[in-house]
Design a protein around this ligand. Structure first.
Ligand SMILES: [Fe+2]
Ligand SMILES: [Fe+2]
Length: 339
């Protein structure tokens, strides 16, 4: 461990280290917050199962179980836990899209479809409903696999069910279930924007994985997010310029023509869906077509802020934000090769 990099220390080490008392107090506070929050959403491997929700209902009143990394390094477990939380959130919002514009079936149950919404999406591509269904199905498998892998290694898993408090859409076709994410006040065309996040998250985190198998998991899930991203960015490019007003809420939405000035050209032309070659590592090297950005420092907190900034968590509790930031801090502290 390098001395000049205090962020590579574990929390308990930080407490023991002497230094600026203000920093120490902050770190101690953070550790106390962690063990408190861990009781809400992170389940010790032994408590995974049906009793979990009952156990977490009283989590606000008592200290929860300490996190466990099992046979994984603390850093690897933290990387996978953050990925699991991100996938649970992805699943939650794709389920909402599938209920209205996808294909509710035994693979992705819930909701009964919304004909006008599904028809409007079909303007972008007649396969939209199928793509939404399959994207949703992918996210279920991501969250299930990551939590199952953590449990198989004796590590704590992630459970966001205590934060399922948001009402969600009341449109025809919605199941009316409570949600983790809020899709009613988003600032972007969400399908590609959100998958762009996953597209960068996985290669960014993979650089700090210690075990080859954890590296393999991260670099095997990551490219499926890239497939999602490219599919949706292609579909978004098919959107006809229009302004539509929601007949119920009166809210208006405008899709500009991205192929005419000030848009269009190398930066906006909508059929340019392949990665644009760019400088990488050094400008002395030739430009290269890559997934970007993949800067690893602070990636998990960057993702939390990115999701919050688009309005995805409007209405969520302070405990939810504290919990997500806590998972992100742990993931951002992971260092390759440190057990
Ligand atoms: Fe995913
Ligand atoms: Fe995805």
């Amino acid at each position: 461990m390098k001395k000049e990099d205090p962020s590579s220390s574990t929390s308990s080490q930080l407490i023991l280290e002497s230094g600026d008392p203000k920093n120490q107090r902050r770190r101690f506070k953070r550790l106390r917050r962690r063990s408190f929050l861990k009781g809400i959403g992170v389940a010790g491997a032994a408590s995974v199962g049906a009793g979990l929700l009952a156990q977490t209902s009283s989590a606000f009143a008592q200290e929860g179980p300490e996190e466990h990394s099992g046979r994984l390094t603390r850093g690897d477990a933290a990387l996978l836990r953050f990925a699991a939380a991100a996938e649970i959130l992805e699943t939650d919002f794709w389920v909402q899209y599938n209920e209205l514009g996808g294909i509710p079936d035994s693979e992705v149950p819930g909701g009964s479809g919304n004909a006008p919404y599904t028809a409007a999406l079909a303007v972008l591509d007649e396969d939209m409903a199928q793509y939404i269904h399959d994207n949703t199905d992918d996210e279920f498998t991501h969250q299930n696999f990551l939590n199952a892998y953590l449990a198989s290694k004796g590590a704590s898993t992630v459970n966001l069910e205590p934060f399922r408090t948001l009402p969600g859409s009341t449109a025809t076709g919605s199941s009316g279930k409570l949600r983790l994410t809020n899709l009613t006040q988003l600032t972007a065309f969400h399908f590609p924007t959100i998958e762009q996040g996953g597209n960068s998250l996985y290669p960014s985190m993979a650089q700090r994985a210690t075990h080859v198998e954890v590296l393999r998991i991260l670099i095997s899930i990551g490219p499926t997010e890239t497939m999602h991203f490219q599919t949706w960015s292609d579909k978004a490019g098919n959107a006809p310029p229009l302004t539509a007003v929601d007949p119920v809420t009166g809210v208006s939405v405008t899709f500009p023509d991205l192929n005419s000035p000030p848009f269009g050209g190398e930066d906006f032309q909508t059929n340019l869906i392949m990665p644009e070659p760019c400088p990488f590592l050094s400008r002395k090297l030739p430009v290269v077509s890559i997934i970007r950005p993949t800067q690893t420092k602070g990636i998990a907190m960057g993702v939390v802020n990115f999701l919050a900034a688009m309005g995805l968590f409007i209405g969520q509790s302070p405990e939810f934000f504290a919990f997500m930031r806590d998972l992100a801090e742990d993931a951002d502290e992971a260092r390759r090769g440190i057990r």
